[in-house]
Design a protein around this ligand. Structure first.
Ligand SMILES: Cc1cc2nc3c(=O)[nH]c(=O)nc-3n(C[C@H](O)[C@H](O)[C@H](O)COP(=O)(O)OP(=O)(O)OC[C@H]3O[C@@H](n4cnc5c(N)ncnc54)[C@H](O)[C@@H]3O)c2cc1C
Length: 469
């Protein structure tokens, strides 16, 4: 705590913007999972870019550590300050204005604090699609999505957040405003600096505005849940469905029977989708801008062919919007069901898709050598090679199990991921959760260049210390 700094901050921004009462600060100090808890001398809730700039200039002058905070749905502790009471949390929630939507250029420009789901609905009202979609979309903010380069369920068709960003406005730690908020589709004028902010996890500056690409709105959707016995079958099913349905393939999600079991145990109103249980399940969505009958029969034909060729064991195709949503809930409620089940170790990994089945087999073997009775919950965005490889305590074990086993289990999983040519973070980022593993596995030359870039943007290292780098 620095009284001179705090006085100046309140003087500059006003009491409405700067919260200093410890009781009011408290809710801003914990992460979504309740795993991390930190301290802060103030929470700043700016309403415009200039206020962010004024705040950062002062923090830089007084060398005060700054933690940017979006919707706080990040799963790596990136938006939670460390234990020191010196931190200032800058929360973007009041910067929530859609600045423009252009249906000729197909672009949307918004403040960074806008909730992703609100932006999706704003685009939809204009007949356009903002294709970034994740289970946390009604809490996470577009600034947080960009800062983590979020993925989600439609990456198989539209790519990660990075592929949707046209421009960024950000405030550097010095208080200077980086104005890269353009909507041009083409701009070949040297280094594309906005890219550095995408996935930077609040370590280079604060994103205050984002320009995004919009796409044609899908008006028809069709979903099938297919039962498979093995990940190998899920892989061959992907090859076959993509071959038949091509660009209409909107989502290809996988989960094991253990995940289904967890959801049926902890979430009300859901039933077992098939008469008998299977090794795993694949949720496939097709979407198109028109032609309902065509899409549904395309999916039915694709699945019929897959059943004939023994690429899946059983399948249920959605016959109504209600059924489509229920099938999706079986997949999307897994995170909530895990939260209800208790502490667990998350490994958000990516792999070359064709190596997923072999990885799953080997990783489980290695893991059982280390922690024989742990419970494994594997699910995720199979279609783009991203698995959530989550490990929970054995039945009957104490809740402290996860803390005790965290390091051994993470290094077993990540060593295997690296051996298969994958990445230890597919879409959640590094935050404080994976910092150690990141430094251990990242190529030293990449790491050196990252540190040099950080030094240029943030010479006093005030931005989100203890995260990523
Ligand atoms: C149920 C559930 C499902 C999820 N599913 C997915 C999924 O499918 N795909 C996926 O990718 N993620 C998923 N996530 C993780 C999370 O939703 C994403 O990482 C999301 O992009 C985080 O956004 P946020 O606004 O909540 O950011 P926060 O959690 O607030 O912050 C995340 C990081 O970004 C930084 N940051 C936030 N805002 C800014 C800003 N304006 N400028 C600079 N830095 C900033 C923070 O300092 C922190 O380092 C899920 C989370 C939950 C709880």
């Amino acid at each position: 705590m620095n009284p001179a700094f705090l006085d100046k901050l309140v003087q500059t921004l006003g009491k409405d913007i700067v919260i200093v009462d410890p009781a009011e600060i408290e809710p801003w100090l914990t992460d979504w999972r309740g795993v991390y808890k930190g301290g802060a001398q103030a929470v700043v809730r700016p309403t415009c870019t200039q206020q962010v700039a004024d705040c950062l200039r002062l923090c830089n002058e007084y060398r005060v550590p700054v933690v940017p905070r979006g919707g706080n749905t990040g799963l790596c502790g990136g938006a939670t300050p460390d234990a020191s009471s010196a931190n200032v949390v800058i929360a973007l929630d009041r910067m929530n204005r859609v600045r423009s939507i252009d249906t000729i250029a197909n672009t949307l420009v918004a403040d960074a604090g806008c909730i992703l789901g609100n932006l999706r609905r704003a685009a939809e009202a204009e007949g356009r699609l903002l294709p970034l979609s994740l289970a946390a979309e009604d809490s996470s903010q577009i600034g947080g999505n960009v800062a983590t380069n979020a993925g989600g369920v439609n990456v198989v068709r539209y790519g990660m957040t990075r592929e949707l960003v046209l421009g960024i406005e950000a405030v550097l730690p010095t208080g200077e405003i980086f104005n890269g908020l353009q909507t041009l589709r083409k701009d070949n004028t040297g280094y594309d600096l906005k890219q550095l902010f995408i996935g930077s996890e609040g370590t280079l500056g604060i994103i205050t505005g984002v320009a995004l690409k919009l796409l044609p709105l899908n008006r028809v959707r069709s979903v099938v849940l297919a039962a498979v016995e093995t990940p190998r079958q899920a892989l061959e099913l992907l090859r076959s469905v993509y071959g038949r349905c091509g660009a209409r393939l909107q989502a290809y999600e996988y989960f094991t029977d253990a995940c289904l079991d967890l959801v049926l145990t902890h979430v009300d109103g859901l039933q077992q989708p098939f008469e008998q249980r299977h090794g795993g399940y694949v949720l496939i969505e097709l979407a198109d801008t028109a032609d309902e009958a065509g899409l549904q029969s395309l999916l039915e034909e694709a699945i019929g062919e897959a059943l004939e060729n023994d690429l899946c064991q059983d399948a249920v195709v959605s016959a109504s919007m209600g059924q489509l949503q229920t099938l999706w809930r079986l997949r999307e409620e897994i995170s909530e069901a895990q939260r209800a089940d208790g502490p667990h170790l998350k490994h958000d990994i990516s792999l070359p898709i064709e190596r997923i089945p072999a990885f799953i087999e080997t990783a489980e073997r290695r893991l059982r050598e280390v922690a024989p009775d742990c419970r494994l919950f594997i699910f995720g965005h199979f279609g783009d090679g991203n698995l959530h490889y989550n490990v929970s305590r054995p039945a009957g074990a104490d809740r402290s199990w996860a803390k005790e086993w965290e390091t051994r289990i993470a290094s077993t999983v990540f060593d295997e991921v690296m051996a298969y040519g994958g990445s230890i973070s597919a879409e959640h980022g590094i935050g404080q959760l994976k910092r150690h593993e990141f430094h251990h596995h990242k190529d030293p030359m990449h790491l050196r260049l990252m540190l040099q870039i950080k030094q240029i943007f943030d010479p006093n290292s005030i931005m989100n210390p203890g995260k990523l780098l």
